[in-house]
Design a protein around this ligand. Sequence first.
Ligand code: HEM
Length: 73
Amino acid sequence: MTKSDLHHLSGIRILVDQSYRKVRQNDLLKNIFETIIQYRWEDHLEKMYQFWQTVLLDEHTFQGSPFVPHPHL
Ligand code: HEM
């Protein structure tokens, strides 16, 4: 994976999937995510693809509120 892979959505999907595979194996992070997201992983990953598509490609597919879930964590 190189920087240029992030110029299209398929590369972004691969990077997000790889990152969350690591998160779900990380002792510090896995319980936080599994407790909150539970059976909603597909939706969460879809949102994360859209978030990074919006940030990196300037294609505004993300409609969420990125700040909201984090302060209490
Ligand atoms: C250790 C750090 C982090 C933790 C523990 C964390 C945790 C979470 C969790 C549990 C959710 C899901 C909330 C839900 O659906 O109920 C979430 C959503 C999200 N996170 Fe994080 N997060 C972290 C860092 C980040 C970073 C660095 C970014 C982006 C730069 C980010 C962007 C987002 C976005 C875009 C969502 C979706 C918000 C929405 O539903 O509208 N998070 N995060």
